[in-house]
Design a protein around this ligand. Structure first.
Ligand code: GLN
Length: 447
């Protein structure tokens, strides 16, 4: 049914870079046989999954939506997809993204532009726009995305689905193509908070192959899903997120959502995070620096497409000049500049120091409240092409999600209403490190 549905809607939505119909049917048939023979099946067995095309899938093309990896077929499987395979999930395809996960609209893909299923003239958000759109359009039940500065939560908000960015280190990044290694984290897209908890149960946990993976016990996250809010739950509204640049309808809708939490018994108060406003410049300094180092590996020797040349240096430069898109080049140049001798202290090191101050704002907040709330994005989905010529206004889409990555915290976006044109609005909940239990608890009770 899902494959048929993909055939019908995919020409309009363009969420997938590849659809793995044959292997999907085979896996599904195996589950069918099990059911027919009366065997019991696991909760995720037979569930159709979409995977952002920056996670390695053995024998299946993994392009990061970049021309430079147009022909790359990984020889190994990422930990997350291996875990889900083991759980019996059916991979239906690899989803579109902004090239190397750099962007907020999925328009930076080197292959195609994905449409927002709620209004095809609008973007699905990014960079995991393909995964968000696929879940919203019913092309899969759940999907995986990666979130470096908002790439799960912002597209979830634009597409009216649930998107979770877990605590940094909770989910293994082994096999996730690196963008900015101190910020990247994999997480689920789903229609409901319950599905999000079920998927996190399956993908969280220590992995020897990821040196930043946390050695912690993983609870069953579904135990925190209850209809009522815990007594005495303290909710903090981040004052700074309701300032300039926020659409009035987003502000009103999120305020209503907060009022609902209050009517459910939550104690609500305002919390100031004064250093939040430095998040954007700090992020673009750190993320671009790390990206410039991570992307040095695309040298036409070890992976991907090669522009042949007699001369080695020309081979490198010609391949990189034609293989990378404009946004990726912009980040590599910015990052290389910031890391160069003489500038490192002024830019990269300074940004790391301010990052610590942003983390301190969150530490102070969580001494006072259990969960922070704010809009996920300053606006609803914008029109395709509207921000492509203005990188700065595109960067502003992540104003409210970026500080969460800088501090390594978990955050979830859940749908909380619509604007006057029927476009979904997202509510972001943020909790302290490894307190996904609080996020699921509050998000589920709200939902
Ligand atoms: N939009 C942000 C960027 O372009 C975040 C991307 C992400 O989270 N992968 O870097």
């Amino acid at each position: 049914e899902v494959l048929k549905h993909i055939e019908t809607v995919e020409p309009k939505v363009k969420a997938f870079l590849s659809v793995t119909a044959e292997s999907a049917l085979n896996t599904a048939k195996q589950v069918d046989t099990k059911i027919a023979s009366g065997e019991s099946i696991g909760i995720l067995e037979g569930i159709p999954l979409g995977v952002k095309d920056n996670m390695c899938t053995k024998g299946i093309k993994t392009t990061c939506a970049s021309q430079i990896l147009a022909n790359f077929v990984p020889p190994y499987e990422s930990t997350v997809t291996q875990k889900l395979k083991d759980a019996g999930v059916v991979l239906v395809g690899k989803t579109n993204l902004d090239e190397f996960a750099m962007g907020s609209s999925t328009e930076n893909s080197g292959f195609q532009v994905t449409a927002n299923p709620w209004d095809l003239a609008r973007v699905p958000g990014g960079s995991s726009g393909g995964s968000a759109a696929a879940v919203a359009a019913g092309e899969c039940v759940v999907a995986l995305g990666s979130d470096t500065g908002g790439s799960i939560r912002q597209p979830a908000s634009f597409c009216g689905v649930v998107g979770l960015k877990p605590t940094y280190g909770l989910v293994s990044r082994y096999g996730l193509v690196a963008y900015a290694s101190s910020l990247d984290q994999i997480g689920p897209f789903s229609r409901t908070v319950e599905d999000s908890a079920i998927l996190l149960n399956a993908i969280a946990g220590y992995d020897n192959y990821d040196s930043t993976s946390l050695k912690v016990d993983i609870p069953d996250y579904t135990q925190y899903l209850q209809p009522e809010l815990k007594k005495g739950l303290k909710v903090g509204i981040i004052t700074e997120t309701f300032g300039e640049g926020l659409d009035s309808v987003v502000a009103e809708t999120v305020q209503k959502a907060i009022a609902l939490l209050e009517s459910m018994g939550a104690e609500v108060k305002e919390i100031s995070c004064p250093r939040f406003r430095y998040g954007l410049p700090v992020y673009y300094m750190i993320a671009s620096s790390e990206a410039s180092a991570n992307l040095a590996r695309y040298d036409a020797v070890k992976y991907g497409v090669r522009e042949e040349s007699e001369d080695l240096l020309n081979m490198y430069t010609n391949t990189r000049a034609s293989g990378f898109g404009a946004e990726v080049k912009r980040r590599i140049m910015l990052g290389t500049y910031a890391l160069s001798a003489g500038y490192y202290d002024a830019y990269y090191l300074k940004a790391q120091k301010v990052r610590t101050l942003i983390k301190q704002d969150f530490d102070n907040a969580f001494a006072d409240v259990d969960v922070l709330v704010c809009p996920t994005a300053p606006s609803t989905a914008f029109k395709a092409g509207e921000k492509t010529d203005d990188p700065l206004s595109m960067y502003l889409s992540d104003l409210m999600t970026i500080p969460v990555n800088l501090a390594g915290l978990p955050g979830i976006s859940i749908p909380c209403g619509f604007d006057s044109q029927g476009l979904p609005i997202g509510l972001q909940l943020i909790s302290n490190v490894l307190r996904e239990d609080v996020l699921f608890h509050v998000a589920h009770a709200y939902e």
